[in-house]
Design a protein around this ligand. Structure first.
Ligand SMILES: *Cc1c(COP(=O)(O)O)cnc(C)c1O
Length: 498
């Protein structure tokens, strides 16, 4: 029953600011501060440890009472701002991490303001995402009719693609029965395949052992003959092969499988071809590098990231699927409350919540849309090619330096090397230990942040360049510092010799 309003009661609660003008000023200050921080990032260390007192204040209990927005921002400035991940710095070359851009940051601000849920509907954000997907297909040379969606990253993109592959090739109605009645399903990819794909197989109920790791040649590309051989042997053993995973840019060295050859095998064997191109697929944006992804357009699905080599702020990945119906079938939802409408807010060109696991989903498309508009794909491709040139430059410097050893080929943007003391007749040195210590000291100094990996059982320093802020002088400094630290540590620690 409707009751008249009690005019003496306090006004209803809202979470909007009482002082809009103050919020406006605070917002301007935040934008100013962050742009200054980005502009001057080169002057600060790439990494600094978080002091104990700050760590402690980050374990305080939940606030029960309101605090002024200014005070909350002051906490951010004191506790968070000085301790970034490091990837916005020009000398961050660890793992595979993008650097972001100022306009991408501002796009996130706008998206936060709109606060659109892109799961469904006929509103601006849905059409922006559709345009981003269309642009990415065009830029990567993928067929126009592919369906696609943005994801939280390449892990989710791989999981999405492998779900569709499983549902398509397992036989029967996997969504209804699971894989309990399915034969032993098997999936193929090189030994260099990223572990996110294996985790997807675990989540999908196939298990990690469904993955058949195929050896690579010295070039780190999948051995096609051994792939064919293994598929044949598995069929002989009563297994049911369903999918081949091709790598466009392996995480260890940046190698590309021969995607055309994989597409031939997949076609001949009736298998799904999925390509994990987390960063490598974006080489299609550079006319010079594009031949690396020849055959990408023949894949049944392609997964890649926008937050790595396209520098869209975290997080943003994408998956493209050749068969739009299969894509939709894998994630279709039931529920009268979700039924699509002919017109108005509940209509729209595509139900994005039925093209991936997320139902509610944010407006991550805006930062991609604005990044692509601001730079254009040609310039984004040129920044990628610049990183590849920088890797070649660093590799040449390593090769020209007696104490540095290049440990793997450099087909793209990743340089793996070690410091090895030059001694004519000294004791054998624990080179792994020495390089571990060099890397730790390098991180602690805040000068540069490569990461590491193991290649043929050896610890190596791994410089992975997906950074539009890096300059040639940064790599000169890296070489200089590694030599300085290597010599120093080698002299201080003869006990590392065995
Ligand atoms: C980074 C990466 C992934 C995982 O992507 P996320 O965006 O971190 O989830 C998968 N494959 C390769 C080759 C990668 O480099």
């Amino acid at each position: 029953m409707h009751r008249p309003t009690d005019r003496t009661a306090a006004p209803e609660l809202t979470l909007d600011p009482a002082d809009w003008e103050g919020m406006r000023q605070l917002g301007h200050r935040m934008v100013d501060d962050m742009l200054t921080s980005l502009r001057t990032i080169r002057d600060r260390p790439v990494f600094q440890p978080i002091p104990t007192a700050i760590r402690a204040s980050l374990t305080e209990p939940v606030p029960r009472q309101p605090q002024a927005a200014e005070a909350v921002y002051a906490d951010f400035q004191r506790m968070v701002l000085p301790y970034p991940h490091g990837n916005i710095h020009p000398r961050f070359w660890g793992w595979v991490v993008g650097a972001g851009t100022p306009l991408g940051m501002l796009a996130d601000l706008l998206a936060g303001g709109l606060n659109s849920n892109t799961g469904f509907g006929d509103h601006g954000a849905i059409h922006v995402e559709q345009q981003v997907i269309a642009w990415l297909k065009e830029a990567l040379g993928l067929p126009k009719q592919n369906s696609g969606t943005l994801t939280s990253g390449c892990t989710t993109a791989n999981l999405t693609a492998l779900t569709i592959a499983r549902n398509t090739h397992a036989g029967g109605d996997v969504r209804a029965t699971g894989i309990q009645d399915a034969a032993r399903l098997t999936v193929y990819g090189s030994v260099e395949t990223h572990s996110s794909n294996l985790r997807a197989l675990e989540v999908l109920g196939l298990g990690r052992r469904a993955f058949r790791p195929i050896p690579t040649g010295a070039d780190h590309r999948i051995d096609i003959d051994q792939l064919r051989e293994r598929i044949r042997a598995d069929r002989g053993d009563g297994c049911q092969p369903i999918c081949i995973i091709g790598n466009a840019g392996t995480v260890n060295v940046g190698a590309f499988d021969d995607l055309s050859a994989l597409a031939d095998v997949a076609a001949a064997e009736g298998l799904w071809l999925h390509v994990d191109g987390a960063f490598g697929a974006l080489t299609a944006l550079s006319p010079r590098l594009r031949p690396l992804v020849r055959g990408l357009d023949r894949a049944d699905s392609v997964a890649f990231d926008l937050h790595k080599w396209l520098h869209v702020p975290y997080d943003c990945g994408a998956v493209m699927v050749r068969d739009a119906d299969r894509h939709h079938d894998a994630f279709r939802m039931s529920g009268a409350y979700l039924a699509h409408f002919e017109s108005g807010l509940a209509s729209g060109p595509i139900n994005l919540m039925e093209h991936g696991l997320q139902m509610s989903r944010g407006f991550r498309a805006l930062k991609a849309w604005m990044t692509i508009k601001e730079h254009g794909v040609d310039r984004l491709g040129a920044a990628i090619a610049q990183n590849v040139d920088q890797a070649a430059y660093l590799a040449r410097r390593v090769e020209a330096t007696a104490e540095l050893q290049l440990v793997a080929p450099v087909p793209l943007n990743i340089v793996n090397f070690r410091y090895v003391p030059v001694r004519l007749d000294g004791p054998v040195v624990d080179v792994d230990r020495l390089n571990r210590e060099i890397l730790a000291a390098l991180h602690q100094s805040g000068v540069a942040a490569p990461s590491h990996t193991a290649l043929e059982g050896r610890f190596v320093v791994r410089v992975s360049i997906t950074n539009h802020r890096s300059r040639q002088e940064d790599f000169d400094l890296l070489v200089h510092e590694v030599l300085r630290l290597g010599r120093e540590l080698d002299a201080q620690h003869p006990e590392w010799s065995s």
